[in-house]
Design a protein around this ligand. Structure first.
Ligand code: CA
Ligand code: CA
Length: 455
């Protein structure tokens, strides 16, 4: 019985267990992940390392979202250095939180007048923006970076930040002002571990704090030591301490000399976001955000977590019978994204042989047709629909014509056969040389993805 059960398990698991979904974003370099769970989705706020960067050359922040932790929708850049008229550079590591119907995005950015790093705060009615400067000046400015914001159960919010020090201040309920003065958290070796070899930095705390509360325990997860950094953490019985160092979560790995944590619970699982240099051309200034699933120990401590190329398991399916964005991607090869003239983002830079994988597409009883919103300033190409591999089972091919412009959109439709059940779907783009076409969104028609009762 055991052997049979194991065999059955293997047979059923393999089709859904695809590999290499880390890093999360393949279209650009991303850094400093800050995940936020809201209304059944994970919104992932990141920085953007410019291609070929040799410093932390960062001009804008980016937003992504997912309901299944494998297919991530690109929401573009709803906030940049230019959002803050008083700022001159350095769109570095921030965090967005939700309160009272608004999203507040706390970020470090360089104050033009003083030349010091300061903390700004953007605000939006939507998790994907656009964000505007909430106050028109820095929220705090003391030359230190890396804000994290935590709202306790009693409604008191705290802003923590700092490198080389670790500061906190109590935010008012409006989330854009504070009471009292910024206070230094004592960096004791009991609280933050012992660093050797640097008399100016006696503890392991370096930067990038991520403060949250879980089951009554307060956590401060942070980038430790330098350089290269690892991720360590401390816990406390209250939001202002006293902190106790609890050890390493993620050791130094992955080809980037910095790292940055973001920790959430979602859909019954716990997830650890970080960054590394895993994309081609990647390194300390060309980083990529990734995610691992983990399970807290019974006493609330966090196990060691290693970087993988596998990423988090899928926690849902994708419904192909509603509009899905072309820029919803589990893995993209050869493509990039840009703002679309008719709203949102589109996929572009599509050449012969490029592809996009979307995982866990629930075709149910079977799709009969496929439509895609496309544009082409050249002579177009083809979208081959394949299951479970870039050269997997073909279930349809749509021909894309020239439309007279890269933002001159039309909808093409083609028949589909053999797409039933749940599969990883590959869009394999084929055609001539050069850029073929852009894609904005897609949708199948046919069988019901969710079969409830009889209609
Ligand atoms: Ca390409
Ligand atoms: Ca789109």
């Amino acid at each position: 019985m055991t052997a049979i059960a194991v065999l059955l398990c293997v047979v059923t698991v393999i089709p859904g267990t695809a590999r290499a979904d880390n890093p999360i974003v393949q279209t650009i370099y991303t850094a400093d992940p800050a995940p936020l769970v809201h209304n059944g989705r994970v919104y992932l706020y990141t920085g953007h390392d410019e291609d070929g960067s040799t410093y932390f050359t960062m001009k804008e922040w980016r937003v992504w979202s997912s309901a299944d932790l494998v297919n991530w929708t690109d929401h573009g850049s709803p906030m940049s250095v230019a959002t803050f008229t008083w700022a001159s550079a350095d769109a570095w590591a921030g965090q967005a939180v939700y309160r009272n119907g608004k999203f507040y995005w706390y970020v470090p950015v360089k104050d033009r007048a003083s030349g010091q790093m300061a903390i700004g705060v953007g605000v939006s009615n939507s998790p994907t923006g656009p964000f505007t400067d909430a106050i028109g000046h820095p929220l705090v400015r003391n030359g230190e970076i890396d804000p994290t914001v935590f709202i306790d159960d009693n409604g008191q919010a705290y802003l923590y930040w700092g490198n080389p020090n670790l500061w906190y201040v109590r935010l008012n309920a409006d989330m854009i002002s504070y009471s009292g003065s910024p206070t230094k958290i004592p960096l004791t070796t009991a609280g933050f571990g012992t660093r050797t070899g640097d008399p100016n930095r006696p503890t392991l705390y370096e930067e990038g704090p991520w403060v949250y509360k879980r089951n009554g325990l307060y956590y401060n997860v942070f980038a430790a030591k330098c350089c290269s950094e690892f991720i360590g953490y401390s816990t406390a019985p209250g939001p202002t301490g006293p902190w106790t160092y609890r050890g390493t979560i993620m050791p130094t790995q992955g080809g980037s000399f910095t790292n940055h944590p973001g920790v959430i619970d979602f859909n019954g699982g716990s997830y650890f976001f970080y960054h590394n240099g895993a994309l081609p051309g990647g390194g300390g200034f060309t980083r990529s955000v990734a995610v691992e699933k983990f399970t807290y120990n019974a006493d609330g401590t966090i196990p060691a977590i290693n970087m993988t190329t596998t990423g988090a398991p899928r926690v849902g399916t994708l419904n192909p019978y509603v509009r899905q964005e072309a820029e919803t991607i589990a893995w993209g090869s050869g493509v990039e994204t840009e703002p679309a003239g008719e709203g949102g983002m589109n996929v572009g830079w599509i050449e012969n042989g490029d592809h996009i994988k979307v995982k866990g597409v629930a075709f149910g009883s079977g799709a009969t047709s496929f439509s895609a919103r496309v544009a082409s300033a050249t002579s177009g190409g083809r979208i081959e629909l394949r299951l479970d591999g870039v050269n997997g089972t073909p279930v349809g091919t749509c021909t894309v014509p020239g439309t007279g412009g890269w933002q001159t959109w039309t909808t093409v439709t083609c028949p589909v056969t053999g797409a039933t059940g749940t599969h990883d779907l590959y869009f394999k783009y084929t055609g001539g040389s050069g850029y073929l076409f852009n894609a904005n969104w897609w949708q199948f028609t046919g069988g019901s993805s969710i079969q409830i009762g009889v209609t």
